[in-house]
Design a protein around this ligand. Structure first.
Ligand SMILES: [Zn+2]
Length: 310
């Protein structure tokens, strides 16, 4: 219990603080709190939101998002946010549960899968009529951001969500989003120019897991992945032998590792096929350093791919 004298002193301190705040000029509104399950969407949110938004990354760069399980603290952080950004399309296996848990908190959930053009997830061996029992027919590939066209759609979706949550910032969000969109259009042009250096027959991506389907679709690559659409799917020894045969048959020059998780058999496959290690790709989101932004991540991947397969 505080005595009345202490209460008076506390009130006095508050009034001084209020007076100082007024003297410093008009008070800036509280930033819009945005929680993100996607490192790519978090990057766009920071770009478009500027200092009107505060982005909390629930899933951080370098964490395997397929294996990620939110903690009670993560749930609290999401509940305290105005907007939640998610990939959807099955990428976050816990998303429905999280959506229900925060429904009462009025969190607006923005799901990239609602605006992108989805592609079906399929493994290379599907086409050859082998045992289909372990494949996920009808499931969608959630790695949407490897197509810059999708990235532009999702950036616009985030802009619209910010305008709705904070109409006073409309002009700022629209200006920032327009700048970002211009850069993404330039990036798409640059990628097309780089990929054009590769003859069609060289456009084969052997990777740890099946994450580059959207990139492959945009640029005429074939993807041969050791694992399926998730890093948690392990290949059978028959699948590994089949892959080795295909890599040899096509004379694939390089095999790519990923920055987060690689199956143990990847180095065995590389050694047995005589292909060289092609470098490291950012398959499941942003990395650090130069790959810490969407544009940097895409440039890094494209330079690695074109450099190794040229
Ligand atoms: Zn993945």
């Amino acid at each position: 219990m505080m005595r009345s004298g202490q209460v008076g002193a506390v009130k006095h301190i508050f009034s001084i603080a209020a007076a100082l705040a007024l003297a410093a000029g008009p008070l800036r509104a509280e930033p819009v709190r945005v929680a993100s399950l996607s490192t790519v969407m978090a990057d766009f949110a920071r770009d478009i939101g500027g200092d009107r938004v505060e982005v909390v990354e629930i899933v951080e760069p370098g964490v395997d998002p397929h294996a990620f399980e939110p903690s009670p603290g993560d749930y609290r952080a999401v509940a305290g946010a105005r907007i939640l950004l998610a990939n959807g399309m099955g990428f976050e296996g816990y998303l429905d549960k999280m959506r229900q848990a925060v429904a009462k908190d009025g969190v607006e959930v923005v799901v990239a899968g609602d605006v992108v053009e989805p592609i079906e997830a399929e493994q290379a061996c599907d086409a050859h009529g082998h045992d289909h029992s372990h494949h996920h027919h009808g499931s969608l590939d959630p790695h949407w951001w490897h197509s810059i066209g999708n990235a532009r759609l999702v950036a616009a979706q985030i802009r619209d969500a910010f305008v709705e949550a904070d109409p006073a910032g409309k002009a700022e969000y629209e200006a920032n989003a327009a700048k970002l969109d211009g850069r993404l259009a330039g990036l798409a042009k640059w990628v097309r120019k780089q990929v054009a250096q590769l003859p069609k027959a060289s456009r084969v991506l052997v990777t740890s897991h099946d994450a580059l389907g959207y990139f492959a679709k945009d640029h005429g690559f074939e993807v041969m992945a050791v694992q399926g659409i998730s890093t948690e799917e392990q290949p059978s020894s028959r699948r590994v032998q089949e892959l080795i045969g295909e890599i040899r048959g096509k004379g694939v020059k390089a095999i790519f590792a990923e920055n987060i998780e690689n199956p143990k058999v990847l180095s065995e496959i590389t050694a047995e096929t005589g292909a060289k290690p092609g470098g490291v790709l950012y398959a499941d989101g942003l990395g650090t350093g130069n790959a810490g932004t969407y544009e940097g991540m895409m440039r890094s991947n494209v330079n690695t791919i074109v450099g190794a397969l040229r």
